[in-house]
Design a protein around this ligand. Structure first.
Ligand code: PLP
Length: 411
């Protein structure tokens, strides 16, 4: 049927109650705006994107091609192909302390990216009336996923000296009688802050004592610079209320393949599988085979990860040297992931916070795309990514520092 312009405007769209609170992803929106301006010919330096600027390693691409030729073109089980879930289980088991009950393939559901695994976990665990603690600033989608689950995201801030990560006391103080869960993300997007092993153990012990569900998003775990970032698997004394979510997007430079997973107590994994069976079914079959190669061929994967992390570390160090070279905005120490989180509250002002005003100025006047902090629950801040060519990263940061100095002196 051909729609005319009149038809298209005839029935006004009234959103359902499911999405009244829903906001567009600010990170995706910032990236789309930068791309659109670039397409118009503006020389935008895009420091908004949250994806590695590396190609998926060749052995993974080749494995996907071979899988296609071998017929990996049909549905799989909703929860994913068995060899991939077995590979994920052995990865988890390698982290568990001696004597811990092993993870089995049946505890795992593979989904369309870590994003879907996180949404599924939130949706099956939390509902109306539930408070869920979110160390804030946090990745934009946690607040929205909890909102879609009709649960209440309770932002828990931390101190700058602790990388803005709330400690165990702050989390305990923020709890209410309705608290049912906690979202953890270490290394953290947007700050790059990492919980120390003991801190993580303390938080998991508090959660266990209070019977909270913990969803630990470990998507950046392999991208850490000041020593390894701990997994909840390594330090949790018990796992009966723990869901660990991870994926191949960041560590293996596989953002577009859309493979992530949840490792959960068996009943939760089954509920997640049921939910996914009515929404998307299995993650793309060819992508599952690509992820299988990534996880089961460490002789090729590990050097690729090491090279990428070394490059990110060099850029991070160059950024820190630049910030230390003169007056510059306060920043969270970036111990992992590939972001710098900068406090620009002294340099801008606006209805959506200093960060939004500063990000708009950077884009419109200085051709640098960054993401405003309000979407992460920190309106005075901006996030810049250093997953971009080094020259762009440093030129972008120079412009940010210069705009911050100008903004601060004119206020
Ligand atoms: C903290 C965090 N979790 C999850 C995701 C989503 O990862 P995926 O691409 O596997 O869906 C992202 C992506 O930016 C992220 O930053």
């Amino acid at each position: 049927m051909t729609l005319t312009a009149a038809d298209a405007t005839a029935a006004p769209f009234v959103p359902s109650g499911n999405i009244t609170q829903l906001r567009e992803s600010a990170t995706i929106a910032a990236s789309a705006r930068a791309k659109a301006l670039r397409a118009q010919g503006r020389p935008i330096i895009d420091l908004g994107a949250g994806e590695p600027d590396f190609d998926t390693p060749a052995f993974i691409r080749d494995a996907a091609k071979a899988a296609l030729d071998a017929g990996a073109t049909r549905y799989t089980a909703t929860e994913g192909i068995l060899p991939l879930r077995e590979a994920i289980a052995s990865r988890a088991n390698a982290l568990l302390p001696a004597g811990a009950a092993p993870v089995a393939a049946g505890d795992i559901v593979v989904g369309n990216g870590t994003k879907q695994a996180l949404f599924n976990a939130c949706f099956v665990l939390f509902g109306p009336g539930d408070d869920v603690l979110v160390p804030t600033p946090a990745w934009v989608s946690y607040y929205e996923m909890l909102g879609l689950s009709r649960a209440n995201a309770v932002a828990v801030p931390g101190r700058l000296a602790d990388g803005l990560l709330p400690d165990v006391d702050a989390l305990a103080r923020a709890a209410t009688a309705r608290t049912r869960g906690l979202m953890l993300n270490s290394p953290c997007n947007p700050t790059g802050a990492v919980y120390g092993r003991d801190q993580l153990a303390g938080i998991l012990a508090l959660a266990a004592e209070r019977d909270w569900w913990v969803i630990s998003d470990e998507i950046y775990r392999r991208i850490a610079y000041d020593g390894p970032a701990a997994s909840a698997f390594e330090v949790a004394a018990q796992r009966d209320r723990l869901v660990v979510v991870d994926g191949v997007a960041k560590s293996y430079a596989m953002t577009g393949w859309r493979i992530g997973w949840a490792v959960a107590p068996r009943a939760v994994a089954q509920a997640i599988g049921n939910l996914q069976s009515h929404t998307t079914s299995n993650a793309a079959t060819v992508s599952q085979h690509a992820a299988l190669a990534a996880l089961t061929r460490p002789a090729e994967a590990e050097p690729a990860i090491a090279a990428m992390v070394a490059e990110f570390r060099a850029r991070r160090d160059a950024c820190l040297a630049l910030l230390a070279g003169g007056e510059s905005p306060p920043a969270v120490h970036p111990a992992g992931a590939f972001y710098l989180f900068l406090d620009v509250s002294a340099a801008a002002r606006g209805p959506d916070g200093a960060g939004a005003a500063f990000a708009a100025t950077m884009l419109e006047q200085h051709d640098v795309a960054v993401v405003a902090g309000n979407a992460f629950g920190a309106p005075g801040w901006v996030r810049m990514s250093y997953a971009a060519p080094t020259a762009d990263v440093l030129e972008g940061l120079r412009r940010i520092v210069s705009a911050w100095r100008t903004g601060r002196s004119s206020r």
